[in-house]
Design a protein. Structure first.
Length: 153
């Protein structure tokens, strides 16, 4: 693998997808996130709402907390978040307060995504990019809900 591809947006989103697959295996809604600073992943997380019995244990919130702990700072203004699904308003609010520099998300969340509910909740200086590995991210979510419907019959 070349040096360029190791530090590509697609590479980091694939790492977020690996986290989402862990959530899938744990019977959590499969969302994964990584935080990157200076071309290095400093935090990884996936949804753990069921495991922790905590409605705030979304991948983004857990990744933000881990990154802030790693840096010893509450601000992530030099960091980029890669997340497989568009953040909800709660996560977008946490991203606002962290002042994260960039957010890349894969699939749109047509029902609960922040862009539908409150597009201005992200910090005005945060760059938002969409669509990287969107199909793979979306298919993982759809597969999860198909499995859940089959198991509930």
């Amino acid at each position: 693998m070349s040096e360029l591809s190791i530090h590509s947006d697609e590479h980091y989103m694939k790492q977020a997808l690996k986290e989402a697959e862990k959530a899938y295996e744990d019977r959590e809604i499969p969302v994964g996130a990584v935080v990157v600073c200076n071309n290095r992943i400093i935090a990884r997380a996936h949804n753990q709402v069921e495991r922790l019995n905590d409605v705030t244990a979304h991948a983004e919130v857990l990744a933000i907390t881990a990154a802030q702990n790693h840096l010893g700072s509450r601000y992530l203004d030099q960091c980029t978040l890669y997340v497989t699904l568009e953040p909800c308003c709660m996560c977008a609010g946490a991203l606002y307060w962290s002042q994260i520099k960039k957010v890349y998300f894969g699939a749109r969340d047509e029902k609960r995504g922040y862009q539908l509910l409150n597009p201005d909740i992200i910090h005005p200086q945060t760059e938002v990019h969409t669509g990287i590995l969107a199909e793979e991210s979306s298919e993982l979510i759809k597969s999860f809900f198909r499995r859940m419907r089959r198991n509930n019959k």
